[in-house]
Design a protein around this ligand. Sequence first.
Ligand code: ATP
Ligand code: ZN
Length: 700
Amino acid sequence: MTEAAQPSLPAPPRIRVAVDTPQHSGLSGPLDYLSPQALPPGSLVRVPLGRREMLGIVWPGEPSGDTDPALLRPILSSLDGLPPLSPAWCQLVEFAANYYQRSVGEVALSVLPPQLRELDGPKLKLRMKRAAKLGAQNSGSGETPAPGLPTLSPAQAEVLAQLDALLAAPRERTAPPPVLLYGVTGSGKTEVYLRAAEHALKQGRQVLVLVPEINLTPQLEARFAERFAGRRLVSLHSGLTPAQRLRHWLSAHLGEADLVLGTRLAVFASMPRLGLIVVDEEHDPSYKQQDGARYSARDLAVYRAHLEKLPVILGSATPSLESWQRANEGRYKRLALPGRIGGGTLPQVRLFDMKLLPLSKGVTTALTAPLIQALRTRLERKEQSLIFLNRRGYAPVLHCGECNWKSDCPHCSAWRVFHKGDRTLRCHHCGFTERVPSACPTCGNQDIAPLGRGTERLEEQLAETFPEARVARIDADSTKHKGELEAQLQAVHAGEVDILVGTQMITKGHDFRGITLVAAINPDGALFSSDFRAPERLFALLMQAGGRAGRDASQAARSEMWVQTWHPEHALYKALAKHDFEAFAQSQLAERESAGLPPYAHLALLRAEGRTVAAAQGFLDAASAYAQQLPEAMGVLIYPAIPMSVARVANVERMQMLIEAGSRGALQRLLWHWMPELHALKREHKGLLRWAVDVDPLAI
Ligand SMILES: Nc1ncnc2c1ncn2[C@@H]1O[C@H](COP(=O)(O)OP(=O)(O)OP(=O)(O)O)[C@@H](O)[C@H]1O
Ligand SMILES: [Zn+2]
């Protein structure tokens, strides 16, 4: 609304404010309020909403003007003193909200530190002072000292020369292309991040580094802190206390922190001097948020870099096929580190054919005789081994041989896992836990036995087989308490562990120096999954796992990766044996192209949860019928609703419906016209509990 449109009366001072309105209220955009003073967009304000008082953000753009001025309510206060969030930040949030089909206010408020909601102006000022002081304590001269920097390998030097050209280029007009740093495990990608960061810091810019999981932050933080001793570094992840999170966020927002290191939520960190974004292990599924706004932090990092005309580095030894394909098309710039630091080789992959074993029932298939021999050799040489089994607990199910009872969960379509340590049966979906029964609950048979094996059982078997060895286990159960994971990793690094057993927690990122044998125990499950991304994930996981072996060049030549499989002839394993990511990617991409799957098609999943299957299905069927008559549905495939792979969780039935379009735009246009109607539709479906849309879903 321009001034000219309102001739005589002075326009009431309206502003637009993004508030966290509930999704089902149907209020999806920012709301109009009256403000006694002009407030720049990005300012934080407190506003009334219904009977509540809420934090809001003055949003860029013209107020809607819909509401009758007499009904408009004034804002309650503004948190002045805090510099406004930048227009670019608001744009990033608005893009994310639109793209992932959530309200702007919900996304904006959910990515701010929760404590901001509780503080008034004076209290906030106090916190800001403290955050600034924290910065001052940590900072030295601000100049980067050079503590004996390693000499770059020729490949690193070559990559950095190309990166420097991108980093130095003027950014006024166009954004540099995203860089895909494709470097095998142990090739020194982190050193490249460090040098690129140094470059940006020297230009007076801030650097944002994203890592997939909290448990990878401490070691990366240590490396950055050591390198940039004079700089202010903060972390942002869900493991911080609310007070820490606010302090770190403020430090970034005020431009005091030079480096921000964090998990996916850090992609939304407000950083006024941002000059470089790094996304480490860019292929990792953890970058995708699994509830609320189901955003991909990797994809948003690329968008943010484009928006702010910044360089972004996506690093991986096994890039996502999406990124790989974009590099093939020339939209991303691919820079490669093809060899390991120090010239060490990648571990030799041995595919052990389980069919060669004499067929006998029992637990020995995990520790086959040749694997035991390989482990023994390592013990004798005082080298470390790592055994990877992606299943925690003692056994995935308990079984009665008499009546065939199995330890199913009464609330989920899943087995309850047997945990021997605390003698419980635990459902990994709903958390339902009971003590292990001493006899079969249906027939009273005393002889109930575990079926299959998890990390706990493997640890026990290893300890029995090698009584002299120091065996350790790292998984979600062994690291529940604060500090446990750090202590356990430290023990591995210090050489106090001979055999390490664990889930995928131990396969990623860690720079273990003494491991010469990595074994994967029957990882075949993913080969036959109905999820088309399962092979991609498995390949990445095994490459990562293998990458933990032979990281010390002096031991690399005798390091091995052992895969125990029933399908050694499978193309995936053949490519793995040659460390040939490129061949694997090419064949997967060819398959995806002929099947019309991402990155050649664009998907969304509509999910519904109901008290009954009929309720969930009824809603999805009605949603589908509604969509089919929209003109935007032309050329978009809407599949029939099917149960999710674990259909019932905590007594809730879960269904999903796949939507497939040839282009991102076509998918977005349909969702844009379709999703707002579903709020009304939900009210007509009584047994429906929730629905949600997942754009670019990772797990199908
Ligand atoms: N130029 C160099 N000279 C000597 N050592 C180096 C050099 N660059 C990196 N390193 C060392 O090599 C090891 C492997 O590097 P780094 O951890 O960065 O590899 P990476 O590519 O990130 O591996 P991964 O993908 O497996 O995590 C580290 O211990 C690192 O300190
Ligand atoms: Zn359950």
